[in-house]
Design a protein around this ligand. Structure first.
Ligand SMILES: C[S@@+](CC[C@H](N)C(=O)[O-])C[C@H]1O[C@@H](n2cnc3c(N)ncnc32)[C@H](O)[C@@H]1O
Length: 520
C-alpha cells in the first residue's frame, strides 16, 4: 500500500466534530420510501461506510444508535482517525471500525455496502478523488443500496464564490498553520468589506456573509475554504456523474426538499405541476430557491414501489410520531423560502393519532379515523408532515414513561453517551446523545448538557446550585439579552428556571428515547 494522497486537501489541522442526522439510515430509508423506492432492509443487519468521516461524531453516534449495523469510517487524516479509534474504544462500539486511508485504496472487504455517505467531501476534493468516490459507489454499493452525498450547490454559491478565491489567495501569503492563515484571511476580508471594496458594495449578501464566517471556528474555515480544489456544483452535473457510475437520483434531504410546493413560491406552482421529469424539477427548484447546499440520495439499481400497499409490504419498520401533542391547526411553517399553511381534517386526525408512542404506516392507514382518505393521500400527508417537522420518523416507538412521579436518581446506560457528554460539555456545538430507540441522536444545548451531567454525577438535590458551581469551575457565564449576568442571585434564579424546564421538557424526551433511565 502506498502513502495516502491528500490531493490538495488540508491535513495540517484537525476538523471540528459534528453530528449530521441526515446520514442516519432511518433518514435515508424514509426518503427512499417517500420517493417510491425500496430501501435496504436493516432488521437483520446492514453495512454502512462513511467516506471522509472527519472526527467521526456522526459515524460513532450512528453506530451506537444502530447496534445491528456495521459502521466503517475512512479518513486520510491520522489525527481524525486516532480520535475516532479512541471514541470507539471508550464507547465499547464493537460494530464500528475506522480506516486511515485515501479513497483510492480501501480495504478489500468493504463490499456489498447497504449505505455509503459522504458529507462535506464532494465539493472540497480534487477531481481524481471524486473519480475514486464514483468508483467506490459503482463497485462497492450493493444493488438496492443508497448513497448520500452533500455538496456546495449552484446557483446559491454564485455570488459568494469570489470570497473563497480571495480567502485562499490571501491565506497562502500568511504564516502559520491552516487555521491561523484562515483566521488572518477572514480578518482581511472584513477589512475589505468595511473599507467598501466595490465587490461588497455590489453584492450586499456577500458583505453580510463575512460576519457569518467571522464567527466560525478557524479549523472549520481552514477545511471549508483552503483546499486547493473547491468547487460548487449544479445538481444536473452531479446527477450526470452518478448516472455514469450506475446510480440514479432518488431524492434529497431535508425531507421537505422532496416536496417542491414546500420549496418554491406559489406563483411558480403551475409551472412545476406541468413538469414530470424529476431531474428538471430539481434544477429549476434550485433556481427558484437559490439553493447553496444540497444533500442528495442516489440508489444503485433502485426498485420502484408501485403503490402504498407494496411500500407497506416491503418496509413497514419506520415509526411516525407527533412530538408536540398540544399543537393546534392551522399552523404556518416556513422552511426557508415559502410559508406553507397546514390545516384540514386529515392533518387534524393525524396530529391526534400520532401524539402517542408513534405508529407504523400500516397502522396509520388502517385506522378508521382516516377512512375518508385514500392510502396515497394519507402516506403523502404523513411524509410531508415529516418534512414540515410536524412528525418525527424513528426506528421504533418511544418508550413508555411514568410522568406522574418526579425522577430523582437517573443513569445513562450507554458508555458511548457518557464519554461524549464529558468530552463535548461546553464545546459550544451541542452534545449529540445516541438513541437506539430513534436510530439517531438527540442533541442537547450546552446548558441542558450541563444540567444532565450534574444530575448524573451529583443527583437532583439543589441541582441549580450544583450546576452553578460546575459552570463557575469551568469559567462559563450565563447571558441574558446578550450580556453576561453578574449578579449571583439573578444567575442562580435563572439556573433554577433552566433546571425546572429541563425536568419538565427535556428529561421526559431523554427517557422516551432510552438515553436516560430512572434508577432506584
Ligand atoms: C470537511 S471534512 C468533513 C468531515 C465529516 N464528514 C463532517 O462532516 O464532519 C472532509 C473530510 O474528508 C477527509 N478527506 C479529504 N480528502 C480525502 C481523501 N482523499 N481520502 C480520505 N479522506 C479525505 C478529510 O480529512 C476530512 O476529514
Amino acid at each position: 500500500m502506498s502513502a495516502p494522497k491528500s490531493a490538495g486537501y488540508v491535513t495540517d489541522v484537525a476538523y471540528v466534530p459534528g453530528f449530521y442526522q441526515h446520514l442516519a439510515p432511518r433518514a435515508m430509508r424514509h426518503v427512499a420510501l417517500l420517493n417510491r423506492i425500496v430501501p435496504p432492509a436493516v432488521a437483520d443487519g446492514f453495512r454502512y461506510l462513511e467516506l471522509g468521516c472527519g472526527l467521526g461524531r456522526t459515524l460513532t453516534t450512528l453506530a451506537a444508535a444502530n447496534p445491528q449495523g456495521t459502521f466503517t469510517g475512512v479518513d486520510i487524516n491520522p489525527q481524525h482517525t486516532a480520535q475516532i479509534a479512541h471514541d470507539i474504544e471508550i464507547g465499547a462500539l464493537s460494530n464500528a471500525r475506522i480506516v486511515t486511508s485515501d479513497f483510492s485504496q480501501l480495504p478489500d472487504d468493504l463490499r456489498d455496502l447497504d449505505f455509503i455517505t459522504l458529507h462535506g467531501v464532494w465539493s472540497w476534493v480534487a477531481p481524481d478523488v471524486r473519480a475514486d468516490i464514483l468508483r467506490i459507489a459503482s463497485e462497492r454499493l450493493a444493488p438496492g443500496g443508497l448513497l448520500l452525498v452533500s455538496y456546495n450547490a449552484m446557483p446559491g454559491w454564485a455570488h459568494l464564490q469570489p470570497i473563497r478565491g480571495i480567502l485562499r489567495q490571501y491565506a497562502s501569503l500568511r504564516q502559520g498553520d491552516s487555521a491561523q492563515r484562515a483566521r488572518d484571511a477572514v480578518n482581511y476580508l472584513a477589512y475589505m468589506r468595511d473599507q467598501k471594496a466595490k465587490y461588497f458594495v455590489d453584492n450586499p449578501n456577500a458583505a453580510t456573509y463575512v460576519d457569518t464566517i467571522r464567527g466560525q471556528d478557524p479549523r472549520y474555515l481552514a477545511h471549508e475554504y483552503l483546499n486547493e480544489h473547491w468547487t460548487s456544483f449544479y445538481f444536473a452535473d452531479v446527477a450526470g456523474q452518478f448516472a455514469d457510475a450506475g446510480l440514479n437520483f432518488v431524492g434529497s434531504l431535508p425531507v421537505h426538499t422532496n416536496f417542491w410546493d414546500l420549496c418554491v413560491a406559489p406563483v411558480f406552482h403551475d409551472l412545476f405541476r406541468t413538469t414530470t421529469n424529476r431531474l428538471v424539477t430539481e434544477a429549476h427548484k434550485d433556481f427558484c430557491a437559490n439553493t447553496m447546499f444540497r444533500w442528495d440520495l442516489y440508489g444503485k439499481q433502485p426498485t420502484l414501489l408501485p403503490d402504498v400497499a407494496t411500500r407497506i409490504r416491503v418496509a413497514d419498520d419506520l415509526w411516525f410520531r407527533n412530538p408536540k401533542p398540544g399543537v393546534q391547526l392551522p399552523i404556518t411553517v416556513n422552511l426557508g423560502v415559502v410559508n406553507s399553511t397546514v390545516d384540514g381534517g386529515l392533518y387534524a386526525a393525524l396530529l391526534g393519532m400520532l401524539a402517542g408512542r408513534g405508529m407504523r404506516m400500516s397502522e396509520i392507514i388502517a385506522d378508521p379515523r382516516l377512512s375518508s382518505s385514500s392510502d396515497t393521500e394519507i402516506a403523502k400527508a404523513v411524509d410531508a408532515g415529516v418534512g414540515m417537522q410536524l412528525f418525527e420518523v424513528s426506528t421504533g416507538p418511544v418508550l413508555e414513561i411514568d410522568r406522574s412521579a418526579a425522577a430523582t436518581r437517573i443513569g445513562m446506560p450507554s458508555a458511548f453517551n457518557r464519554a461524549i457528554l464529558a468530552a463535548e460539555l461546553f464545546g459550544g456545538r451541542g452534545v449529540p446523545l445516541a438513541s437506539a430507540t430513534s436510530g439517531s441522536a438527540m442533541t442537547l444545548g450546552d446548558l441542558d448538557a450541563a444540567i444532565l451531567s450534574t444530575w448524573l454525577d451529583e443527583g437532583n438535590d439543589d441541582l441549580a446550585a450544583a450546576v452553578d458551581a460546575l459552570m463557575t469551575r469551568r469559567d462559563r457565564v450565563i447571558n441574558h439579552e446578550g450580556q453576561p449576568i453578574t449578579d449571583p442571585a439573578e444567575r442562580r434564579s435563572r439556573l433554577a428556571t433552566a433546571c425546572d424546564s429541563f425536568r419538565a421538557n427535556v428529561l421526559p424526551i431523554l427517557e422516551e428515547q432510552g438515553i436516560v433511565v430512572r434508577e432506584g
